[in-house]
Design a protein around this ligand. Structure first.
Ligand code: SF4
Length: 338
């Protein structure tokens, strides 16, 4: 447990880790539960979800994000599991969107519940969303998500557009032997709908993640392949993420590539993650973490909380070790959100 200190000087210079990286982005998992079971994320029959009494309340989450915002964090992404299964989520969004300093509030979702929620999310303060979608084939979708309904996701995406959520970014995990025959179809679908497409490499996070890594595909190969069908020029896109973007010449359409394995981006890492039970994870690919919930429930002051967060950033590791230690992480992706 990190002892509580009273170093206030650090707070002026924001959150800078031992490698000189400024931490300005928190990925906030508001639930570890999900209504889908993507095979590379949640193991079949997984039941070990966090118990509700351990979930941080919206007030506790607001306290932590407020402390982070006073330390220079300005981006927050709501994730899960599937964040839309958390009841009254727009109430939390309203709280966070009114915090001074937070100027980018976004959400990641599987979109299967989005048709019902899109407008409420927009009204509460979400501007842009990322949607996980690995296939446009209904039977394959059902298989990859172990039971999901693709039509609900496609309807959710149209509802997002109608509600004015923009941009809508599609995250497609590249899976060798599963969806690598439809990358061009996904490009065309996203181009037709003015969605931004990003391909993501699998990561050996947890048992399911390791089974997903059996379908690992180096995205440099995908870029080469797409370069034969589309005139791709290096492009840029706003956002705090690690994606490297290419634009299809003569269009506004962008394709992003997120390559944690073939070309990691740890040297420019700007983020930390907090799970639903208030555990602060310093790196997606490492176990370094501190438990904030006991401190919050023991009545820690705002000043002490800021010191704890400042001290915690000193623990942030340089990078993941997915190659060197593929078996080290036993938590599943839905516990921290991607
Ligand atoms: S693996 Fe860790 S250090 Fe690398 S980008 Fe992700 S969170 Fe940052």
């Amino acid at each position: 447990m990190i002892p509580v200190h009273t170093h206030f000087k650090d707070q002026q210079s924001g959150l800078v880790d031992p490698f000189g990286r400024r931490i300005e982005y928190v990925r906030l998992s508001v639930t570890d539960r999900c209504n889908l079971r993507c095979f590379y994320c949640l193991p079949k029959g997984f039941r070990d979800f966090e118990t509700p009494e351990h979930w941080l309340s919206f007030d506790e989450i607001e306290r932590v994000i407020s402390a982070f915002s006073e330390l220079g964090v300005r981006r927050v992404r709501l994730t899960g599991g599937e964040p839309l299964v958390r009841k009254n989520l727009p109430d939390l969004i309203s709280k966070l969107s009114s915090l001074p300093g937070i100027d980018d509030l976004s959400l990641s979702t599987n979109a299967s519940l989005l048709r019902e929620h899109a407008l409420k999310l927009k009204e509460a303060g979400i501007d842009r969303i990322n949607v996980s979608l690995d296939t446009l084939k209904a039977d394959r979708f059902k298989s990859v998500t172990q039971g999901g309904n693709l039509l609900k996701v496609l309807a959710g995406l149209q509802a997002a557009r109608k509600a004015g959520l923009n941009p809508v970014k599609i995250n497609m995990v590249a899976l060798k032997g599963i969806n690598d025959d439809e990358f061009e179809d996904m490009v065309d679908y996203c181009m037709r709908n003015a969605f931004t497409l990003r391909f993501i490499e699998t990561m050996p996070i947890g048992e399911a993640g390791r089974s997903g890594s059996e379908h690992y595909l180096d995205l440099h190969r995908v870029l080469e392949r797409l370069g034969k069908s589309y005139d791709l020029i290096p492009g840029v896109m706003a956002g705090g993420g690690p994606a490297k973007y290419f634009q299809v010449k003569g269009t506004d359409f962008r394709i992003g590539f997120i390559t944690p394995i073939s070309q990691h981006f740890c040297e420019t890492c700007n983020r930390v993650r907090m799970s639903v039970d208030g555990t602060l994870y310093l790196c997606l690919g490492q176990a370094h973490s501190i438990a904030l919930r006991p401190l919050l429930r023991d009545g820690i002051s705002d000043a002490q909380l800021k010191s704890v967060l400042t001290d915690a950033i000193r623990l942030k590791p340089a990078r993941h070790e997915f190659d060197e230690k593929p078996g080290q992480l036993n938590r599943c992706m839905s516990q921290t959100g991607g």
